[in-house]
Write a protein that binds this ligand. Structure first.
Ligand SMILES: [Zn+2]
Length: 279
């Protein structure tokens, strides 16, 4: 399973927000940033967030740890553990602030062993499909927050059916082509192919029909003079029109010979069939 990581180039630094809030299309709708009450930190975060809003059209929310804790007060214990774990993680820059009131357990320090157990428990919960996990997910969704990393929609790499290049999509997506262009090319080629196949099979049927008709009407075929082909073969042409919707003689000839060879050649072909059969 892969998760995308979102960075924003602000021109003066690369900014990696704390939380992302995704819309149904899988695009980032909102960023939530958690900062302590430190004034300078808040000012620099606000500056960065307003640049992101302007350049990327993504809304933001800046909350303090105190506010965050309020939001999570009603969530299950294991989620509090998850947040604690996240706050304490080496990968976050804010772990130092996770003391005192900011600790998920309200000033009661965990022993290393307890922390390890919570960590393992949380990992197990996330790996499972338990109701506890669902409660955690619902809780986060309700609060409008998605925890860094863990709540990003899983992505996968697929092979484009048209160009063979890899592309990345949300795992639940039904997309099978890398781009609209590839989807279009595939559709056009497929339509052309099915048109050609259809035409081929019609041609084959017309040819078989003429062969059958010749064998069943040997007397007519053999006795038709070359200067009366059109009128004598009129019933055959009418039948083909009714059966296959084709009355253009050039198309009929093409069906038999692969190219238009004219009426004379068609009659010769039919007569040859009759004679062969006699022998
Ligand atoms: Zn493609």
């Amino acid at each position: 399973m892969e998760y995308e990581t979102e960075f924003f180039d602000l021109g003066y630094k690369i900014y990696k927000p704390d939380f992302f809030f995704y819309g149904q299309d899988g695009k980032i709708k909102k960023i939530t940033e958690i900062k302590s009450r430190n004034k300078d930190e808040k000012i620099s975060a606000l500056k960065a967030l307003s640049i992101i809003e302007k350049n990327y059209n993504i809304k933001y929310e800046l909350v303090s740890y105190e506010e965050l804790l309020e939001k999570y007060r009603e969530l299950p214990f294991s989620l509090t553990g998850t947040i604690t774990e996240w706050i304490q993680s080496e990968n976050t820059t804010i772990h130092k602030a996770a003391k005192g009131k900011l600790n998920g357990h309200y000033n009661i320090a965990h022993s290393i062993d307890t922390k390890r157990k919570i960590g393992e428990h949380t990992k197990k919960l996330w790996a499972s499909n338990s109701t506890a996990k669902q409660r955690m997910v619902v809780g986060l969704k309700k609060s409008g927050l998605a925890q860094k990393g863990k709540f990003k929609k899983p992505r996968e790499i697929r092979l484009c059916k048209e160009c063979g290049h890899n592309f990345e999509v949300i795992a639940t997506s039904i997309q099978t082509f890398c781009t609209q262009k590839c989807a279009g090319n595939f559709a056009i080629r497929n339509a052309t192919k099915s048109y050609i196949n259809k035409r081929k099979s019609i041609h084959e049927n017309i040819r078989n029909y003429i062969i059958q008709w010749s064998l069943q009407n040997k007397d007519i075929v053999i006795q038709t003079p070359f200067n009366k082909i059109k009128s004598t073969l009129e019933p055959l042409i009418e039948d083909i029109h009714k059966e296959f919707g084709v009355k253009d003689f050039r198309v009929i000839s093409k069906a038999v010979f692969g190219k238009d060879c004219g009426r004379k050649e068609l009659l010769k072909f039919m007569q040859k069939l009759c004679n062969e059969n006699v022998c």
